[in-house]
Design a protein around this ligand. Sequence first.
Ligand code: 2HG
Ligand code: ZN
Length: 474
Amino acid sequence: IRSATSAVSRGKFARLTSSDLSFFEKTIGNEYVKTKEIDNYTMDWTRQMKGGSECVLLPSSTEQTSAIIKYCADKKIAVVVQGGNTGLVGGATPIHDEIILSTSRIKNHFHLEPSSGVLTLDSGFILADADNRLAEHGFMMPLDLGAKGSCQIGGCVAAGAGGIRLLKYGSLHSHLLGCTMVDGKGSILNLGGTLRKDNTSLHAAHLAIGSEGQLGVVTRVTMGVVPRPTSILSAMLAVSSYSHCLRLLSLARSKLGEILSSFELIDGDTMKCVERNLPLKNIFEGSHNFYVLVETHGSNADHDIEKLNGFVEEALGNELAEDGVAANSENERAHIWRLREESPLAAAKDGYIYKFDVSLPLEHFYRLTEETREKLKGRARVYCYGHLGDGNSHLNVTTDGEDEELKKTLSPFVYNWVVSHGGSISAEHGIGQLKRDYRSLGKSAAEGDLIRALKGVFDPHGILCPYKMIPSTQ
Ligand code: 2HG
Ligand code: ZN
């Protein structure tokens, strides 16, 4: 098990003592201070990273969180904050012996204001559970992702999660109105508010988005939610070339307009991998070079069906697509989504996996896959799937076993390629520990200085999630 891209030495933090444990037990109750069977917390979801923490704390409120962090700041105990532990870059996984503060029990408060569609909820609510509760009132969480059954809303904010319908609804920056955050001194910060419009100050709550627990622990979130679409339609198209995929994206934008909610890509090698490694069949006969999954969210089924059929007919008519299937039932819809959402699982079953999550201008999007494939010919399998509509490629490379040479050379190759083509080395998964060595690539020195200064304001002792995205100011 690796702990990071490169080894990092332990900071000058205090070692946990039995009197620390007694304080925690007194503050949150014995049963919520776990010291045994904590592998599910010390190891990341991909089971590739593991830290040596000796305890997990499960506070149930902002106040308990504040008491813990205040104590840790006083004693210089390092803390890593963890939500549903579904991240892909080890941001919530300890590296050395940081104690783990889990937000799983902070899930009491849930309040929807139905006239405005403003929701305030505690950070430990699981995304799918929150969404199900909203469904009863005709609302929906604007974000959706494969990990929805386990990821928590606080973790989504801290990770800056993107997902599969960002194309229509926008990122969390479009929705977050306020949050409660416990900073690295243990102070409770109520940032922003509940209003959709409030330009009376800097939008400080937005600093929580993508902060990876390094500025504070998000304990409560206020966000705008969206009307639940009453008509959801999906279609999959088989496509011969990447340039045709791009032309289909333009066609989808013009033909589907405001109802276009997802435009996802699966390349031919990924589809073969899905069929080889999972009990899941392609919906098309024969193989194709690319597949795009299109989804619409609207409020009038007749109108949406007409639009989607018009799009598919035109795509087939002018030969932008080789084949096309519009899902006719909930089962068919689920099937085509499984092909896309289980692509990461299929790739992981190949053996050893090197994962990337990059943003690229669309003209370069697929060239990265082609050049990586060319470079690794005969040595590795290269897959590309992702959110084409957002310019977000999930490039995944697999080998039968761990390849030391590839581990050293592949990331620098991919990241330098991405930055030199105007992209970003992390589109939606973050930096965490996996990309720490590359965190300044493509960013100006001035931006780095500003972020380090902010870290110093929020967490002057550097105890929150050390060794990761923001270098310690200590
Ligand atoms: C997805 O879009 C997730 O499926 C995971 O962001 C991507 O694991 C991956 O490569
Ligand atoms: Zn993704």
